[in-house]
Design a protein around this ligand. Structure first.
Ligand code: SF4
Length: 511
């Protein structure tokens, strides 16, 4: 437990009489979950992994007090003799570019002064004192930033649409209703760097002409809620939220709304209905929220990771951001790397990197030296990418071209032992359970797909059933009301395309 470890380190340092010289800080996630708990000693930048209370005592006595690196506790790369001391030398971090995660694992997220010390709220100050609303929107448009919640809609364009719809009241919403199984990118950002999101929401509020923002966050994220609540209080105390911010006459504040864990509330119109106190069901679009959103007012809904990119874009410029990633998908993307990979964790990579680099160079390859079978991206809405496509680049268009999608950033690795039919059944069970039931193709169609998959895995399927799966899946995709139904057959369709032999094995061997 990192809290207990932090307290324990503090007690040892106090006891040894170094209370005034050495500061113990509990940070957000380092990303390298596989090797936690992690203790980093600064300014030496030495990175200790899997630290136990006994190790903590040794680190204090040997490194902090005597200046001697504790070799046994350093990270050792697989198949390499030498041990890694510095974070930037570790293959897990070498290919990462941390923009959205820049402060995670570096600052105390509960201390606004640490955020301010690293250029925090400078971007807000800049936009309020030096830039017009159009200039802010243009810099975000120039950056090419696209929504990181999954849709990939250009953020600057969304802000522009909301700005152009005139109204005496407008709203900014931060979508923190992260619900994909295995995904924890947004939670980690809010736990590790909540001020970056608050600052970006205020910038967005200024750009579109809103004075009120909401963070819609699922109630299952208690630590993120706690830290966000503290951060909002501190921002108000420092005059960075509220009235007359930076003496510019700009007013903006943020409230938290808790979601009850419905996956469909990640869809922006369902989320808005939920904030208004209604049933969390999507509406038909148009009108889009930019025109008529929360309380029928123009509203911009952006995801946590999208917001976390905004302050650096304002400070360093759109061209800087465009210089990272690919032409159509600039910047970086955070992924929650999970499954049968050695280095499970949170990674932020430049768009255009290949899946193979993520799995092998950053992820350290497959557990127990097994053979990789597939990578699932995009959560329940995504598809399974087979081994022969591992050299595909990570960007919105490439992933779609092979029947998967970027999604919010879940990335689950499967090895030779995984049955792809059962994997698609798992995801379908999830979407069937989470369907709000408003439209027939999704409500009934996913049930029928599930029945067919059961029939196949129970050994009663036929080859005709495989064709029926495709026909029904395509029908659900084309006729469902919202993204949940429009993408729910993706895991089945992609596995049928790339792993048809596994379906045939169930059908022909009747098991
Ligand atoms: Fe609800 Fe599914 Fe229709 Fe979306 S597609 S509105 S989740 S029933």
């Amino acid at each position: 437990d990192s809290s207990k470890l932090t307290n324990f380190l503090q007690v040892i340092i106090d006891k040894k009489g170094y209370k005034d010289e050495v500061q113990v800080i509990k940070t957000g996630c380092f990303g390298f979950c596989e090797k936690g708990p992690i203790v980093k000693v600064l300014p030496d930048n030495v990175f200790y992994v899997e630290v136990s209370p006994k190790d903590a005592k040794t680190i204090v006595e040997e490194h902090v007090i005597k200046g001697r690196i504790v070799e046994d506790l350093l990270f050792s790369e697989p198949n390499k003799v030498e041990k890694i001391e510095f974070q930037e030398n570790m293959s897990f971090y070498k290919k990462q570019i941390r923009i959205a995660l820049r402060n995670c694992g570096l600052i105390d997220p509960e201390n606004i002064e640490e955020y301010i010390a690293l250029e925090g709220y400078e971007a807000l100050g800049k936009v309020l004192t030096e830039m017009s609303q159009e200039e802010v929107i243009n810099i975000v448009k120039d950056s090419g930033l696209r929504g990181r919640g999954g849709g990939g809609f250009p953020t600057g364009f969304k802000w522009e649409l909301t700005y152009r719809n005139e109204s005496e009241k407008k709203y900014i919403i931060c979508n923190a209703d992260e619900g994909d199984p295995g995904a924890f990118m947004d939670r980690s950002i809010l736990e590790g760097d909540p001020h970056s999101v608050i600052e970006a929401m205020a910038i967005a509020g200024y750009a579109i002409g809103a004075s009120k923002g909401y963070v819609y966050i699922r109630a299952e994220y208690p630590l993120a809620i706690e830290r966000l609540t503290k951060a909002l209080k501190q921002a108000r105390e420092y005059g960075l939220l509220g009235t007359n911010i930076f003496d510019t006459g700009f007013n903006f504040d943020v409230d938290i709304k808790l979601g009850a864990g419905a996956f469909v509330c990640g869809e922006e119109t369902a989320l808005i209905n939920s904030i208004e106190g209604g049933r969390g069901e999507p509406n038909a679009k148009p009108p889009f929220p930019a025109e008529s959103g929360l309380y029928d007012k123009p509203t911009s809904v952006n995801n946590v990771e999208t917001f976390a990119n905004i302050p650096p874009i304002i400070l360093q410029g759109g061209d800087w951001y465009r210089g990272i990633g690919t032409e159509k998908s600039p910047g970086t993307k955070v992924f929650a790397l999970a499954g049968k990979v050695n280095n499970v964790g949170l990674v932020e990579v430049p768009m255009g990197i290949t899946l193979r680099e993520i799995i092998y160079d950053i992820g350290g390859g497959i557990r127990d030296n097994k053979r990789i079978k597939a990578v699932q991206t995009g959560g329940p809405s995504g598809g399974c990418i087979p081994e022969h496509n591992l050299d595909i680049t990570i960007d919105y268009e490439s992933l779609q071209s092979i029947g998967s999608m970027m999604g919010s950033g879940g990335m689950i690795v499967m090895d030779e032992d995984d049955c792809m039919v059962n994997i698609s059944k798992f995801y379908l069970e999830f979407t069937e359970e989470e369907s709000c039931g408003k439209c027939t193709p999704c409500r009934i169609g996913n049930k029928r797909l599930h029945e067919m998959l059961n029939k196949i895995t129970e050994g009663n399927g036929t080859e005709e059933d495989l064709e029926r799966l495709v026909d029904l899946g395509e029908m659900i995709k084309s006729s469902s009301l919202c993204g949940l139904g429009q993408s729910s057959p993706n895991p089945i369709l992609s596995t049928l395309k790339f792993f048809r032999d596994e379906y045939l094995e169930h059908v022909q061997n009747k098991n």
